[in-house]
Design a protein around this ligand. Structure first.
Ligand code: ADP
Length: 627
């Protein structure tokens, strides 16, 4: 018997497999089952045109046998088998992709649905087996052959006895180590769960012998019952016709497969043809997963190639802002690289991802229109992602996301979309106004909102830290620019009002200069306010950085040593009694005016929710004034 050498690149690959520290060794079973399914596909296809094959679709099967005594796992199929030459070529060389050659030479088109074209799957058996034996009899030949290998040393091929056409793969499992218990692959539950996980939708039955122990009335174990059971469900739900499926079917599938206790808020089931052909089945969860906002959370969709799962979480299929979506994609035309775990980041995948993104968006828009309450619940679970999505992409995703945003507003206690806001804008209203704060209640009492509200303009309430950052990136919504109520220049006065306040400001200019000098570089300016109605004082900002952005950025731990500073103005209400008092003090008691100035500045900070630098000084000043 002659020992043959593997082709050099096969040998390298084999070495990789044998010494693999790959964490998903269990995929060997998927690979072997896929090969068996391919082989059955070929013979089944032949049987359709050639009656001498003598097989019906129901006759085909894949059998898994766990021979515990000898530590062997055996996978049998009654597919097309291999001739001696094929054994030599297919299992001695990696580059030889038999299924691919078969496909093109026979011009079968897509009908035969041959999984594969990958070229390395079989060798993954060496991740769990110390010896692999392949016994096979090709369709149409009399003689069967046995291929045997213990790994890199090479392989042997000999004649053997085998009754029926098909292939039998015998894996002599490696000895258990501390890290890896290969014995588990002989366990019936393990086998069933691996088949369920990776090969559930192989379209031929995968059978294995299962044992049931019968218990008598007292609970004592009795007879052990053995039975051959089909363990895969064969037809994927996503391959079924939508019209035949009920909501319950989708819900059961979702809760089973993705381990969620709650039914999904929505599902998307699509079949796409064109630049990429694929089926997708996506779900929007109705509750936030417990780890969603932790760093352990991994986004991604399951990826199938013609019904065989090749990747548990393919992150490239889903953008971060839709990371809550669960589901799967099944495509026939993906090119896969060596490990099948790492997909080549190919064009196909990008096209699929783009298509999915659009479907998800339109599903969400539909939910928003048809079931507002549901959308609001969804939004409270996952809406924050959209704002981060806009901000982190510097606005590149604005068109996808801007219509999905919602905010509280002064219009009602329900959330509003930007579209709804704009539709309610007054004729003379130039901007979309917003105000920031920790809570709706707090924002509602901000003095800066007074005049805007008085004019009858609606104000969006930004209560998430990311809100204003996102909106700065968004710049405008359908041509309407965003404006903070704390912005220096709201441009809300009539020409007359402007004249009036200009006059008043000129009259008090010296006092403002004195007050500004008192505050030093704490503010850039002290000025007469055009936005206050009842409150005596407030802060406003000009420039790119707002007061709230200053607050957020300075609170970030990584910024603790480089604090940013917004350009602030201290604004005074000219019609408030305190203003007259200030003017009087400017004439009579500048020391007291300095105290008042500091006090007013501290008040403005407090209203804004910014902590004051020296609370003790403030407290002392108040006491001084009280006695
Ligand atoms: P791939 O399946 O990607 O082609 P593999 O290394 O898994 O690569 O298998 C190599 C080839 O060996 C297959 O293409 C096929 O021709 C042949 N083969 C493997 N398993 C079987 C089987 N059970 N029956 C028939 N042929 C098989």
């Amino acid at each position: 018997m002659e020992q043959k050498q593997f082709k050099s690149e096969s040998k390298r690959l084999l070495e990789m497999m044998i010494n693999s520290i790959y964490t998903h060794k269990e995929i060997f079973l998927r690979e072997i089952i896929s090969n068996a399914s391919d082989a059955i596909d070929k013979l089944y296809f032949k049987s359709l045109t050639d009656t001498s094959v003598g097989m019906n679709k129901e006759d085909f099967e894949i059998l898994i046998e766990a021979d515990k005594e000898n530590r062997r796992l055996i996978i049998r199929d009654n597919g097309i088998g291999m001739t001696k030459d094929e054994l030599e070529n297919n299992l001695g060389t990696i580059a030889q992709s038999g299924s691919l050659a078969f496909k093109t030479s026979n011009e079968l088109g897509d009908d035969s649905q041959i999984i594969g074209q990958f070229g390395v799957g079989f060798y993954s058996a060496f991740m769990v087996a110390k010896e692999v034996t392949v016994r096979t009899k090709a369709y149409g030949s009399e003689q069967a052959y046995e291929w045997k290998s213990e790994g890199v040393e090479g392989y042997t091929i000999d004649e053997c006895d085998k009754e029926s056409v098909g292939t039998e793969i015998i894996l002599s499992l490696k000895e258990d180590t501390d890290d890896e218990k290969y014995t588990k692959y002989l366990d019936q539950y393990q086998i069933q769960s691996l088949v369920k996980k990776y090969s559930d939708y192989i379209r031929f039955p995968i059978k294995t012998e299962v044992e049931h122990t019968h218990y008598d009335e007292e609970g004592n174990p009795g007879e052990v019952h053995k039975e051959i059971k089909v363990i895969n469900s064969m037809l994927p739900l996503w391959k079924k016709n939508k019209s035949e499926l009920t909501d319950e079917d989708y819900t059961t599938f979702y809760t089973d497969k993705f381990g969620d206790f709650y039914p999904p808020a929505a599902h998307i089931h699509t079949h796409t043809e064109g630049s990429a052909t694929f089926d997708a089945l996506l779900f929007i969860p109705s509750k936030t997963p417990f780890d969603y906002y932790s760093k352990d959370f991994e986004k991604g969709l399951q990826l199938y190639s013609s019904g065989v799962m090749i990747m548990e979480r393919c992150a490239d299929l889903i953008p971060d802002y839709f990371s809550f979506v669960r589901g799967l994609v099944d495509s026939e035309d993906l090119s896969l690289n060596i490990s099948r775990e790492l997909l080549q980041h190919d064009r196909q995948l990008k096209i699929i991802a783009k298509t999915l993104e659009k479907s998800i968006k339109s599903e969400l828009v539909k939910m928003m229109k048809n079931d507002r309450e549901k959308y609001e619940e969804f939004y409270s679970n996952f809406g924050l992602q959209f704002k981060f999505g806009i901000y982190q992409s510097y606005g590149a995703n604005r068109d996808i996301l801007k219509d999905l945003l919602m905010f509280n507003s002064s219009f009602s206690d329900k959330k509003t979309t930007l579209d709804e806001y704009v539709s309610r804008m007054k004729e003379d209203q130039e901007y979309i106004f917003y105000a920031c704060g920790d809570s709706v209640k707090r924002i509602e009492s901000l003095p800066q909102t007074e005049l805007v509200k008085d004019k009858g303009y609606e104000i969006l309430y930004f209560t998430d830290e990311v809100d204003e950052f996102a909106i700065k990136v968004l710049i405008d919504y359908n041509g309407k620019k965003f404006k903070s109520v704390s912005d220096n220049d709201l441009n809300l006065e009539t020409t007359e009002e402007k004249e009036e306040s200009k006059k008043q400001a000129e009259e008090s200019q010296d006092m403002f200069t004195f007050m500004k000098e008192t505050l030093g570089d704490k503010v850039n300016e002290v000025k007469l306010s055009s936005r206050l109605k009842n409150a005596p004082v407030c802060l406003s900002s000009s420039g790119a950085l707002s007061l709230d952005m200053e607050k957020v950025l300075n609170a970030m731990p990584q910024n603790s040593d480089k604090q940013v500073k917004a350009q602030k103005a201290l604004e005074l209400n000219g019609s408030h009694p305190i203003f007259a008092k200030l003017k009087a003090l400017y004439e009579s008691d500048k020391d007291m005016l300095a105290k008042y100035t500091k006090l007013l500045y501290s008040q403005a900070l407090l209203i804004e929710g910014i902590s004051i630098e020296d609370p003790v000084e403030l407290s002392n000043m108040i006491c001084d004034l009280m006695v």
